[in-house]
Design a protein. Sequence first.
Length: 407
Amino acid sequence: MGQGIDFDIVVIGGGIVGLASAYKITLAHPDIRVAVLEKEEQLAMHQTGHNSGVIHSGLYYKPDSTKAKTCAKGRKELVAFAKKHRIPCEITGKIIVATDEKELPGLERIYQNGLENQVEGIEKIRPDEIKEIEPFCEGIAGIKVPCTGVIDFAEVSKALGRLIEKNGQGNKILTSHEVTGFDKHDFYMSIVTNKGAFSANYIINCAGLQCDRIAQMDGLDPKMRIIPFRGDYYELAEEACEKVKSLVYPVPDPAFPFLGVHLTRKVDGSVECGPNAVLSFKREGYGKTDFNFTDTWESLSYWGTWKMFRRHWRYGLGEYTRAFCRKLFLRQLQRLIPSLGPDDIKPGGAGVRAQALGSKGELIDDFKIERNKNFIHVLNAPSPAATASLAIGDYINEIATEYFNLE
Ligand SMILES: Cc1cc2nc3c(=O)[nH]c(=O)nc-3n(C[C@H](O)[C@H](O)[C@H](O)COP(=O)(O)OP(=O)(O)OC[C@H]3O[C@@H](n4cnc5c(N)ncnc54)[C@H](O)[C@@H]3O)c2cc1C
């Protein structure tokens, strides 16, 4: 491809979506030069390195959506990838538990959805079967999902980074390179970073929490805005870890793309509880009181945010109070594991989700990928995008091959 040009394709963002996309492109097109530009010193410092580490089954997602299609495919490929590259990964299975009669229709809906999405091995379970799997869990009905698992997505990202460079001499992973703008020329693009400019023919925007800003730098009106939703975690104290064998989830509220506070036994054996979902005042802020004026202004000056507030204020208020009140957070966990006490939980980390919000205040549910001139923009890649990453990579490679006319 282009001679005298630094790279054929530049991917912006060294999270798992950018890396998986670059990896799949380098596999399919070994002769082209691909660079991944990441603004942080290391890969996977934002959503990918701050998530729950769950390999999702694909149970919840609307049949025929990109989420449903890529989750099942990506999950299987991810497990094989982890095995091949010796990344710790375990298929532990999970249960979804209804604790109240009112949740039974929701549980049934998820089960039927899982059948439609052909999730392997799902089964309805009775209270005694819940106890056989999770002896400390109390529920009136449940679903057993055997193909769910846990993994360290940051480790997957690092492996992808190594493979991208191995796949071609001209391929580069450039950390500490923040993209600040673009200069358009007749036959190529100049990508301006804090460390100088690079020329490239095509650009793929996988900037996660910053993806709408990169799209705007390209002159695209993305007709959405990234609204950051922080998720706080607690951890179980060592003595309480025996109360959770694998993964225990509540029945989620179908109005939201979040799965509800759950308990996850991670690959290192620790048990994480969370995340909740509160509007964050900083896109990359992991503390409860972190604040950034530009981020806050951009969220609050967007009509969609106020429409979302109007529609969901009760849910938002509930999540906020639980974020600041350990007792209320614990009460949510006790619905699933009643014997958990105040000394059983200690504060853990946090993650911030890049959730695309439409102008009518709708939380955009499915993955959103747009083309514009020399760009492909990934504008919504929330959970289960880490699970689905290798399949999303294939999908982006397909789009790039056709749209960029790659050989
Ligand atoms: C709390 C939480 C829990 C989750 N749990 C799960 C789970 O259990 N399972 C699952 O499958 N998914 C989960 N997810 C979702 C999953 O983590 C994300 O969908 C996925 O990590 C998105 O990857 P990404 O590469 O798009 O974004 P990111 O990982 O955020 O990567 C984007 C990268 O772009 C870089 N960047 C931004 N701007 C620039 C710029 N100007 N120049 C250069 N680089 C730039 C950033 O520094 C960042 O590294 C969870 C997410 C959160 C937040």
